[in-house]
Design a binder for this molecule. Structure first.
Ligand SMILES: Cc1cc2nc3c(=O)[nH]c(=O)nc-3n(C[C@H](O)[C@H](O)[C@H](O)COP(=O)(O)OP(=O)(O)OC[C@H]3O[C@@H](n4cnc5c(N)ncnc54)[C@H](O)[C@@H]3O)c2cc1C
Length: 311
């Protein structure tokens, strides 16, 4: 779906790529082509791109760091906007001992966490290994080490296809385990522009030590290579990795995708894996967990675009 009117308008704003392979833009290294691919470097251009697509009736997919998506081999119809809107304002005092930092939605959560923590700001040190953007973290309520985005999020600014900017309090986003009103489809067409995070003053040395511990833990517990982090959500009271392990799938390979030997809730692209290879592993794990333990394994990774066969 290439709408020439949109192409003409968008080309006035930025460089446009047509039929861009999304395997180049996801941490999995997997995904078919986007009809139209553009990069937003400022909040103004992000808003304008969203508005133009809406005006031309072209669907928009916002791509953060591509670290929690499996894009189908058929790719994504419409326009993919890579969100590179990176900024940090503050932290500014906000009464008592609380401070607020406003972070642009395309900023890397890992780098914001490291930068703020090493400067002595406490609150987001647990996010030092989360490779996605702040926008993605709001969508999924990203978390680690028993902490999550909801613990520090005060509010998020969004824009819709008509260019309306809104500020939504964190409570209105109904953040839950790896979900929010955004990925539950309750606020369609809204793009996160920025997030206000609550911080306190901390001890830079203690925060640096904490970060070093988190880094060391990830190095030890998680595999290298192309992946999208956890494939499955942990079912209530259970660990997804343990279920996948107990159904005998550690190291199991289909095509060029493999369940990691190191962490069985990770699937690795061994090189040129297709989304179909990954889906076959996901379905196999789901079927076995259901037949052997009566447990439904729900994906944490989002399946987006075309090429996933119905079953
Ligand atoms: C090695 C590795 C380790 C990981 N560890 C963790 C972890 O410890 N904890 C954790 O929670 N996650 C983890 N993840 C998963 C991932 O980093 C998070 O889910 C992250 O929040 C996704 O952000 P993203 O920018 O990559 O989103 P993307 O994958 O680019 O997008 C995901 C979805 O969010 C939507 N989206 C993104 N930005 C916006 C926006 N600004 N407005 C509207 N919609 C938007 C997209 O349209 C898409 O539907 C890990 C991933 C990897 C690869």
């Amino acid at each position: 779906m290439i709408v020439h009117g949109l192409l003409k308008d968008i080309e006035r704003l930025t460089r446009v790529r047509v039929n861009e392979p999304l395997s180049r833009h996801t941490t999995f290294g997997i995904g078919g082509p986007a009809d139209i691919y553009v990069v937003a470097e400022s909040e103004e251009s992000l808003c304008e791109m969203v508005r133009l697509a809406h005006q031309h009736g072209v669907p928009v997919f916002i791509l953060g760091a591509g670290s929690n998506i499996l894009v189908g081999d058929g790719g994504i119809r419409g326009m993919v906007i890579e969100n590179n809107v990176a900024s940090i304002q503050g932290p500014e005092p906000d009464g008592d001992d609380r401070y607020i930092a406003r972070v642009g939605s395309g900023t890397s959560f890992a780098s914001v966490s490291r930068r703020l923590s090493l400067a002595g700001w406490a609150g987001v040190e647990w996010a030092v290994g989360i490779p996605g953007t702040i926008g993605g973290a709001v969508i999924y309520n990203a978390g680690a080490y028993n902490r999550c985005t909801a613990d520090v999020l005060i509010s998020a600014r969004t824009v819709d296809g008509d260019g309306r900017v809104r500020e939504l309090a964190a409570a209105d986003l109904k953040l839950a385990y790896r979900s929010s009103i955004f990925n539950r489809g309750q606020l369609p067409g809204h793009v996160v522009l920025s997030a206000d995070l609550s911080l306190t003053k901390g001890d830079p040395k203690a925060l640096a030590d904490q970060i070093a511990k988190f880094d060391a833990h990830r190095l030890m517990a998680q595999p290298r290579g192309q992946n999208c982090g956890s494939i499955f959500k942990n079912p209530e009271g259970q660990s997804a990795w343990s279920l996948v392990d107990r159904v005998g799938l550690r190291g199991h390979r289909i095509g060029n995708a493999q369940i990691s030997q190191i962490h069985t809730n990770f699937i690795l692209n061994l090189g040129r894996a297709s989304a179909a290879d990954v889906m076959a592993l996901i379905r196999l794990a789901q079927e076995r967990a259901w037949s052997e333990f009566n447990v439904k394994l729900e994906t944490e990774v989002s399946l987006v675009g075309e090429g996933f066969s119905e079953r």
